[in-house]
Ligand binder design. Structure first.
Ligand code: GUN
Length: 280
């Protein structure tokens, strides 16, 4: 069993990003990311701080816009309109979830497609279907980078994705397919889940439930990728996979924290670099 070290892979990719950001800067193009956070969600605050720290590490300027909990949809839309027109801003990130009075879809769709570094807009998610894309959603793109770094072949493999969200499950399945995997998507209505997951050479869990994937659901020698970010009864961060009981059965496994998480932020930085190159 080998633990996939997301921090190590991130550090290596971030070095490359930093070089490219510095090169652009020498050519007179600075790179900037606007980060919008609304309200007081503590998890969102941690993510946003980590994203800003990541920007600093690679030489990207970050501009935070912290708005109060009672913010209205129109207020965010007018801020985004301003940022869309601002040349120092290459990417715009609005941390989700937003307070419930806010129309999340309207907010996502207000971000100019060339600044949509989260790749949440239908234009960007849709492009994934045809393999013609400028931005890839950060978590699935980060997972593909992890597999490549460890020379884990996808071609011809049975790949099973548990979860069908627009942000992770669906784009993950498409990227595995583009890499010639044989892909199955499972979800909360899937029957015989264990039979399906037990076939997987590569199993991606994006469910949002602590210890959802148990030992009997995993094939010997499988590669297990855990996208989960849950808190256990003691408030400790944990994934969707019962790591301790599964790890010895796998060929590779991602820990939580320190697996997929750091790569998600790294891919955001990479998308911001791409946006900056396109804006030059
Ligand atoms: N909330 C949870 N994950 C994400 C993400 O990748 N981007 C944004 N903007 N919000 C999130």
């Amino acid at each position: 069993m080998k633990i996939i070290d997301g921090k190590e892979v991130s550090a290596s990719v971030r070095e490359e990003i930093a070089e490219q950001v510095a090169k652009l800067k020498n050519e007179g193009k600075k790179t900037g990311l606007a980060v919008i956070i609304v309200g007081n969600n503590p998890a969102s605050r941690v993510y946003v701080n980590n994203k800003k720290k990541g920007c600093e590490q690679v030489g990207i300027n970050s501009y935070e816009y912290a708005l109060p909990e009672e913010t209205k949809t129109e207020d965010i839309l007018s801020l985004i309109d301003k940022l869309n027109k601002d040349d120092k801003v290459d990417g715009i990130l609005c941390q989700l979830p937003l307070p419930e009075q806010i129309d999340e879809e309207a907010v996502i769709n207000a971000i100019a497609p060339d600044k949509d570094v989260d790749a949440f807009r239908p234009e960007n998610t849709g492009h994934i279907m045809t393999g013609d894309y400028s931005f890839l959603p950060c978590t699935p793109a980060g997972i593909i980078e992890l597999l490549k770094f460890y020379d884990i072949a996808i071609e011809g493999k049975e790949c099973v994705v548990i979860g069908r969200s627009n942000i992770v499950g669906k784009p993950m399945a498409m990227l595995l397919l583009h890499n010639n995997g044989t892909v199955t998507i499972c979800h909360s209505r899937s029957r015989n889940l264990k039979d399906i997951t037990s076939r997987a050479d590569i199993l991606v869990a994006a469910v949002g439930k602590e210890k959802f994937v148990t030992k009997d659901m995993v094939k010997d020698g499988a590669v297990v990728i855990d996208v989960g970010m849950n808190r256990d009864g003691n408030g400790k961060l944990c994934g969707d996979v019962d790591f301790e009981n599964i790890k010895d059965k796998c060929s590779y496994i991602t820990p939580v924290p320190g697996g997929v998480g750091p790569m998600t932020i790294t891919m955001l930085l990479k998308n911001t670099l791409t946006a900056s190159q396109n804006h030059k």
